[in-house]
Design a protein. Structure first.
Ligand code: NDP
Ligand code: MG
Length: 396
């Protein structure tokens, strides 16, 4: 807590979609929050602009080739500028930080989050890959250090909100809603020829490139199923997915008596971000309000797991447990990066993930080192696989 009683927030990934929206929430609630630490991977310009506007104690650029540029631009200000991933991992434990909002993308979020939990920081978790890769380690560390893991992902925030006041009531199941992405209802023949430009056009949400591709392939929902398992201590058969193209019902909880609670609202990540920062309280906002009259048809349908195989693969990985979710995460990160560079096709992403699941060494009870090694091993394997795939085969 700062001397003026504001919550000091560290934003890992402040230059991304979630990071910039978090800064808007902080700006709109300057009496409650202070941006204490901002980090970027390589977007030096935006990090500099944000640091000048928010005057954090620390501004950290992961890409060390950009360090001098950031350092020079902020030299006249009382901001400590650091460079490199190690600096993020260390600074996140600073005693003055109250909440760490993890909005980095991918596996890179894991180690800083572990360090933050070990230092007793509450985590506002956007970086779902952290829980997918090492959910068991993260949740048991959080318990040990008495820290809250507050979900930012809209579906998990919805469930978290539905569970308020229900501590002693058993969850029968949860229902995660999925928009279905830009290719909802499309056939495998159609998907064989889609490009990154098609896939980057999400109907309801504006997000970073990786999660947008994951949404188009339904891997995002697969990752969210695994994330939900760990956040809410559920078995795979207690997690349902339903496609809801309007993205108004953000998710639902069904209790033992059959009652279902849902959380609704317009699709806007600022609400779950703010709830994670103000939890257990709510504060007034001027966000646009949802009106039923504007949405006379809220519709629901089964996800097509035969065409969108990634969702099925994620359920399989959850059933198998151990390092399997870590394997699918790493394979998916490599596949998505390749798809974004036009080096692989949309459907081939599932082939890459499935082959990695079959070929990478399975470990039933992995340690943190095992996860780090699995991630490395899978990335190398997936990369080689992509290079061996003829581009023609990859695209069809
Ligand atoms: P973006 O790609 O928009 O932003 C990612 C941020 O992380 C940027 O600040 C980026 O820096 C930084 N970053 C990327 N890679 C690394 C790395 N290897 N090391 C350090 N920093 C890195 O992603 P989003 O904001 O869309 O998503 C962030 C996380 O939140 C993801 O895990 C996503 O799944 C999750 N999430 C996002 C939602 C959304 O609406 N966007 C909704 C729910 C969850 P730089 O800008 O310099 O590249
Ligand atoms: Mg989500």
């Amino acid at each position: 807590m700062s001397i003026d009683n504001k919550k000091n927030i560290a934003i890992l990934g402040s230059t991304g979609s979630i990071g910039t929206q978090t800064l808007e929430v902080i700006r709109d609630n300057g009496q409650l929050f202070k941006a204490f630490m901002l980090t970027a991977h390589s977007n030096a310009y935006l990090l500099i602009e944000q640091a000048i506007a928010f005057m954090p104690k620390y501004a950290i650029i992961c890409d060390e080739t950009k360090y001098a540029q950031v350092k020079e631009a902020l030299a006249h200000l009382p901001i400590k500028v650091l460079g490199g991933y190690e600096a993020i991992k260390e600074t996140v434990t600073h005693p003055d930080i109250d909440v760490v909002l993890t909005a980095m993308v991918g596996f890179a979020g894991l180690e800083p989050t572990i360090n933050a939990i070990t230092a007793g920081k509450d985590i506002a978790l956007a970086n779902k890959e952290t829980l997918v890769v090492a959910g068991e380690i993260i949740t048991s560390l959080a318990k040990k250090h008495c820290v809250n893991i507050l979900p930012v992902d809209s579906e998990h925030s919805a469930i978290f909100q539905c569970l308020a006041g229900e501590q002693d009531n058993k969850i029968e199941k949860i229902i995660l809603t999925a928009s279905g992405g830009p290719f909802r209802g499309r056939s495998a023949e159609f998907l064989a020829n889609v490009t990154r430009e098609h896939a980057l056009k999400h109907p309801n949400w504006v997000m970073g490139a990786k999660i947008t591709i994951d949404s188009a392939s339904l891997m995002n929902k697969g990752l969210e199923v695994i994330e939900a398992k760990w956040l809410f201590d559920l078995e795979a058969d207690q997690i349902d997915v339903i496609v809801h193209p309007q993205s108004v019902v953000h998710s639902l909880v069904q209790f033992e008596d059959g009652s279902i609670k849902a959380q609704l609202g317009l699709p806007d990540m600022k609400l779950p971000i703010q709830y994670a920062l103000t939890y257990p309280n709510r504060i007034k906002t001027n966000f646009k309000r949802f009106n039923f009259i504007d949405y006379p048809n809220l519709t629901f349908e089964q996800p097509d797991m035969a065409t969108f195989r990634n969702l099925k693969l994620a359920f399989d990985a959850l059933e198998q447990g151990g390092n399997m979710p870590c394997i699918i995460n790493a394979a998916n990160e490599v596949a998505v990066a390749a798809f974004l560079k036009n080096e692989t096709g949309f459907l081939a992403m599932s082939d890459i993930i499935e082959t990695c699941m079959q070929q990478i060494t399975y470990i039933q009870a992995p340690s943190l080192d095992d996860y780090l090694n699995t991630d490395k091993e899978t990335r190398i394997f997936a990369q080689n696989l992509i290079q061996q795939m003829p581009l023609k085969a990859v695209r069809s």
